[in-house]
Ligand binder design. Structure first.
Ligand SMILES: [Zn+2]
Ligand SMILES: [Zn+2]
Length: 85
């Protein structure tokens, strides 16, 4: 049984979590904080945990990198929803 993925759903090229979704895929890697599967964001080319709503990678260090410049502070807008499960 793989309970740790129950919050995450892949739909087409998006990963749905609660009422929100991001463009990306569910990976085999797990979050060091909560143990959920990490999601790889196609949009920002970085791993993130949607349950913790954090990026697992710092920006690449290039101050002119457009991907890092446009990457929001958290993968999902606002605090995570649907955490009451
Ligand atoms: Zn997590
Ligand atoms: Zn970058």
């Amino acid at each position: 049984m793989r309970n740790r993925n129950r919050h995450l759903k892949e739909t087409g090229n998006r990963v749905v979590y609660g009422r929100t979704s991001i463009r990306g895929v569910i990976t085999d890697q797990t979050c060091p904080s909560c143990g959920a599967s990490l999601v790889y964001s196609d949009e920002y080319m970085a791993y993130c945990c949607l349950l913790c709503n954090t990026w697992l990678e710092d920006s690449c260090g290039n101050s002119e990198c457009e991907i890092c410049l446009t990457r929001p502070d958290t993968p999902l807008p606002g605090p995570p929803e649907g955490c009451s499960l």
